[in-house]
Design a protein around this ligand. Structure first.
Ligand SMILES: Cc1cc2nc3c(=O)[nH]c(=O)nc-3n(C[C@H](O)[C@H](O)[C@H](O)COP(=O)(O)OP(=O)(O)OC[C@H]3O[C@@H](n4cnc5c(N)ncnc54)[C@H](O)[C@@H]3O)c2cc1C
Length: 301
């Protein structure tokens, strides 16, 4: 049983904002999903550790959301507590060519911070709409750069509800995977190593990345970015296009005409629409090409 009054009291003591019966559609970029029992905006690593301890001790289900740009939330919502790593835990500090970002800092803000500090190395990540914590969780990447290329260490809350530090070598970073993926550990801060560079050149590279994105991706519709992981030996978007699936629709969900790797929300999609469409795409691609596609976004359950 979730005692919302007790949780509200604890949040008050910790200085964290809590919103009971919070609609998840407002916190995920796909823009669907029912309510969670309460959403708590985390304000520090210590608060997160105290809350996780309370939730675990009381057997309360919880989930973590950053920017919600790689999440599929159920139409029925989430029968538990969501810990939001957003703007309340988003400090960025620079020391020489090292940058420490709290987990809720947006990757875009980190890129701008780096550029303004004359630091190069992460400009190709500009335009990925997640947080730094979410980016490390999935080892996000674009245009030949992944977060694994620049990360040095991370601070996280482990199974024991204590804060730990892990260095890059121990993070098991590979394509859309890190040691954090599916582990239950919570990233609270990430330290990146960059190199001195010319701010104007960095800015030009960021602008180029953004214009490539807006020319190729359906950014005017809600989505979770690439819906399927890149299968070994091919590209999901290529296979989907070859199978003639651009424009395939289920309810309000559609395979984008602009970029076949994206399933978009035409404005009224439900989670059920998206999952049905993804199932159809997977079946047809498997039947026609032999490739097995795997969903990239995480289903919140
Ligand atoms: C238009 C668009 C374009 C995109 N382009 C790219 C791209 O080029 N490359 C790419 O890699 N991705 C891309 N994505 C996907 C997404 O932006 C990235 O995966 C991003 O890193 C997710 O970060 P997030 O903060 O939104 O995480 P969320 O979506 O909030 O969460 C994703 C997963 O990470 C976990 N998580 C989040 N924060 C933490 C934390 N602090 N501690 C532990 N677990 C955490 C969540 O529990 C969940 O399991 C795109 C998405 C969109 C909508």
């Amino acid at each position: 049983m979730i005692d919302i009054d007790k949780l509200t009291e604890l949040c008050g003591e910790l200085g964290c904002r809590i919103t009971p019966e919070c609609p998840l559609r407002e916190y995920i970029t796909f823009r669907f999903g029912g309510p969670c029992r309460a959403l708590i905006s985390i304000n520090s690593a210590a608060s997160a550790a105290a809350l996780v301890k309370y939730l675990r001790e009381n057997g309360i289900k919880y989930g973590i959301i950053g920017r919600g740009s790689n999440i599929i939330a159920s139409d029925d919502g989430f029968d538990g507590i969501i810990l939001l790593f957003g703007s309340d835990i988003a400090d960025i500090t620079v020391d020489g060519s090292t940058m420490r970002c709290e987990a809720g800092a947006l990757l875009a803000s980190a890129c701008v911070h780096a550029q303004q500090s004359g630091l190069t190395g992460m400009e190709n990540l500009f335009g990925i709409p997640g947080t730094v914590g979410g980016a490390l969780y999935m080892n996000a990447g674009a245009y030949g750069c992944e977060i694994k290329d620049i990360v040095v260490s991370a601070e996280y809350i482990g199974e024991d509800c204590e804060l730990h530090t892990i260095s890059k070598e121990d993070m098991e970073l590979s394509y859309r995977h890190s040691i954090f993926t599916g582990s239950g550990s919570i990233i609270t801060a990430v330290t990146l190593s960059l190199a001195p560079g010319d701010p104007d050149t960095i800015k030009a590279a960021m602008t180029e990345c953004m214009s490539k994105r807006s020319s190729k991706q359906p950014l005017d519709y809600p989505s979770a970015g690439s819906t399927f992981k890149r299968p070994e030996g091919s590209y999901a978007s290529l296979l989907i296009e070859q199978c003639g699936l651009k424009g395939l629709t289920c309810g309000g969900a559609m395979v984008s005409e602009k970029h076949s790797g994206f399933v978009i929300n035409k404005g009224y999609a439900t989670c059920a629409d998206v999952l049905e469409l993804c199932g159809k795409v997977k079946d047809i691609v498997k039947e026609k090409t032999g490739y097995t596609l795997e969903l990239e976004p995480v289903i919140l359950k």
